[in-house]
Design a protein around this ligand. Structure first.
Ligand SMILES: [Zn+2]
Length: 378
């Protein structure tokens, strides 16, 4: 099966509806499911480009009867966010009306279903996974969305909740490719990192932000904690895949990245295809607390001293902040120092920064004192 489907979202304003096209691919009765979405942050097109190139590969594999899983592919997961054009700038990260970051504040599903699950888990792992999925599905059915945003989130959760693999494709502003995932899923997903060519895999059980990729691991973790002695696996391998920087939308990248994803899926037996050897690892997973998010303590203009991928040492100047105000405006340069030994993973594409903004991620190995509680950049 290779089928275009669509969801019609009811707009919040008079006369508006929004179309969300997506694809279902592969045998509908396949035991495993793969869910891929891109552009939940609506201004992040690299993932959409990857899925644009992956879809024909899946179509061809389907025609050759090689798919061993059913796939749901949502290349543009946030059509309402595509509407957020303001004075020729696309504000794709936040809901313009509510200010909510589209990849934050996703629900704690355990809180929603804990009373329905109480006392019902068995000693069978597969029974428990089915029960959890059925209960989630029932909870989603019972919801009455009060906004376009809620309707969208419920739809994406419905499509993702029963998938064994849930990959959420994003990008940074200027960056190497990398992955966010849950600690329990590593090194299990090292093959995904290798196939992707990830320069870093950063793990956090709870980033504090309620990101989409944390919803299902959080659910299974909490069900397991609440039911000691009952087998509850991490039944969904979920990850956020960051496909470089926001301007890195090219066929060359998209084609290669799609082939690599295809390779990962084939390596897992989800596609019956030969793809050559698994690429050598570029990194090992590190706790997200070990990544230094370098922030500035005053406004200025950034001049970077180091490139992406460069190894830096703690205390090394990684950029200068050029003063834009005060007695030494346009003369003074304040060095910004690395807070850890590590690899320069990302920089900010915009070079004017306000006080408190983050300008770089440096991936180290050792958790940093200051990195507690809310771990994300915004
Ligand atoms: Zn994003």
């Amino acid at each position: 099966m290779f089928k275009r489907d669509q969801l019609i979202l009811k707009g919040d304003t008079p006369g508006s509806t929004i179309e969300l096209p997506f694809y279902r691919v592969g045998p509908a009765n396949a035991p495993e499911k793969v869910y891929l979405q891109a552009a939940l942050h609506a201004d992040e097109q690299p993932g959409t480009m990857v899925l644009h190139h992956l879809l024909p590969l899946l179509k061809q594999a389907d025609e050759q009867d090689l798919l061993r899983a059913r796939f749901t592919i949502v290349p543009m997961a946030n059509p309402p966010g595509m509407n957020n054009l303001v004075h020729r700038t696309h504000i794709g990260r936040y809901d313009l009306n509510t200010g909510v970051n589209y990849n934050r504040q996703w629900p704690d599903l355990f809180a929603m279903i804990r009373s329905h699950l109480a006392g019902r888990l068995s000693d069978s792992e597969s029974f428990n996974v089915n029960l959890i999925r059925k209960t989630i599905s029932g909870w989603i059915d019972a919801q009455q969305p009060r906004s376009t945003a809620e309707q969208l989130r419920l739809f994406l959760l419905r499509e993702a909740h029963d998938a064994e693999f849930v990959l959420d494709l994003h990008c940074d502003t200027d960056s190497l490719p990398y992955i966010y995932t849950s600690p329990e899923l590593m090194p299990e997903l090292q093959d995904l990192a290798d196939w992707m060519g990830a320069a870093a895999v950063m793990t956090a059980a709870d980033s504090g932000g309620g990101s989409f990729d944390e919803v299902l691991p959080l659910l299974y973790r909490k069900v397991a904690q609440a039911n000691p002695g009952k087998p509850v696996p991490m039944a969904s391998a979920t990850a956020t895949l960051e496909y470089r920087g926001i301007a890195d939308v090219h066929d060359e990248y998209g084609e290669q990245d799609a082939l690599r994803l295809f390779g990962f899926l084939a390596g897992r037996g989800l596609i019956d295809a030969e793809t050559g050897p698994r690429p050598e690892p570029r990194c090992e997973a590190t706790p997200f607390e070990a990544t230094d998010i370098v922030r500035v303590d005053r406004p200025g203009m950034v001049a970077y001293r180091v490139d992406l991928g460069q190894h830096v040492t703690k205390g090394q100047p990684i950029a200068d902040l050029i003063a834009l105000d005060g007695p030494e405006a346009f003369l003074a340069r304040t060095p910004i120092l690395a807070g850890t030994d590590g690899i320069v993973l990302s920089r900010l594409v915009r070079k004017y920064v306000a006080r408190g903004e983050s300008i770089m991620k440096i991936v180290g190995n050792t958790p940093l004192q200051a990195r507690k509680g809310y771990l994300l950049e915004d």
